[in-house]
Ligand binder design. Structure first.
Ligand code: TXD
Length: 311
């Protein structure tokens, strides 16, 4: 059985464990600083396994020894947003948490692939790669599947078409400057630009960009967790099953799309070695402008990180 350890057993971490257990993909370990909480959630989930008929071992811990020999480490530890906060407002608090989680887990699982969720996402993935010194194939950030999932849900609500027929591609940084590619997004092969009136499509794009904030404002405390964790589980499955699945994720850029030394949301191929390949779309002029704007915002947060942390 494969093994996945999830650091941060809060809303996103515990719900990721839930989706993963349903897939019977790997044994699971939850790690959190709150005493008893990861153990309690782990045991509760373990006791659900006979009921849903899945042979998965799940446990919780407050230290990293239990994560030994994990195939995948998922990092969701850190603070979530409060209403009125941007993801970047979380930078200094979460940099300390993610830095420790990354280096400590690596000691026990030198061959693991890292999936990072903590915000500000692109910069926390960058921090994880720099702190661990891992090759870029083994550090991937989750954002694009979620942002694209939100857009797919809004298109489905608008059109009444099955979510299975709707493909959306939201690229760029995981912030308000994210880039929903309406030309490439489609319903059963028909571009959204053809399928929907311009103003409807514009409203969907705007709602997608603010999708995380919409939920933060409704919840009042905490941020979205069902869709983010479902996205994370899809990534872990694609990796462990060596699916060569192409999905938007945050990846370390080494010249692709003209970007270097930064994490950015692009279509990647996921398989057993992690991020196997970056897919490069041909962007038109408008798309390129949106890409550059989003990249500039991510770069700025990366620079703020470099002023906080030594690699
Ligand atoms: O799509 C995405 N990338 C995201 C990211 C979608 C949803 C949530 N996203 C971000 O993940 C969010 O902005 C936060 O930065 C993290 C965690 O969000 P979550 O909603 O799960 O927050 P919780 O419920 O507060 O859980 C965080 C847990 C909590 O139990 C803390 O006790 C724990 O993290 N924590 C730690 N665990 C281990 N080690 C350390 N040092 C630690 N510090 C806090």
């Amino acid at each position: 059985m494969n093994k996945i350890s999830i650091v941060g057993a809060g809303m996103t971490g515990a719900t990721t464990a839930h989706w993963l257990a349903e897939r019977e993909l790997a044994d699971l370990v939850l790690v959190d600083v709150v005493e008893g909480m990861p153990q309690g959630k782990g045991l509760d989930l373990l006791e659900a396994m006979p009921i849903i008929g899945k042979d998965v071992k799940i446990s919780g811990a407050n230290d990293y020894t239990a994560t030994k020999d994990s195939d995948i480490i998922i990092i969701t530890a850190g603070l979530p947003r409060k209403p009125g906060m941007s993801r970047d407002d979380l930078l200094s608090a979460n940099a300390a948490i993610v830095g420790t989680a990354a280096t400590e887990t690596l000691k026990h699982s030198p061959d693991a692939i890292y999936i990072v969720l903590t915000n500000p996402l692109d910069t926390m993935a960058y921090l994880t790669m720099k702190k661990t010194g891992l090759p870029r194939e083994r550090v991937i950030g989750q954002a694009g599947i979620l942002d694209s999932g939100r857009m797919r849900a809004f298109v489905a609500l608008e059109t009444g078409v099955s979510v299975e027929n709707i493909d959306c591609y939201v690229l760029g940084g995981h912030g308000d400057e994210m880039v929903p590619l309406t030309r490439h997004s489609n319903i059963a092969g028909i571009s959204l630009k053809e399928y929907l009136p311009a103003d409807t499509l514009e409203a969907i794009v705007a709602r997608t960009r603010k999708g995380g904030g919409e939920i933060v404002n409704l919840l009042k405390t905490g941020s979205a967790f069902y869709a983010p964790s479902a996205a994370c589980a899809q990534m872990a499955e694609a990796i462990l099953k060596n699916k060569h699945l192409i999905v938007p994720c945050a990846a370390y850029m080494n010249g692709e799309y003209g970007l270097k030394d930064m994490f950015f949301g692009v279509p990647v191929m996921l398989g057993r070695t992690g991020m196997e390949k970056i897919i490069e779309y041909k962007l038109d002029e408008d798309e390129k402008i949106m890409f550059d704007k989003s990249a500039a915002a991510v770069k700025e947060t990366h620079e703020a990180l470099k002023n906080l942390v030594k690699f």
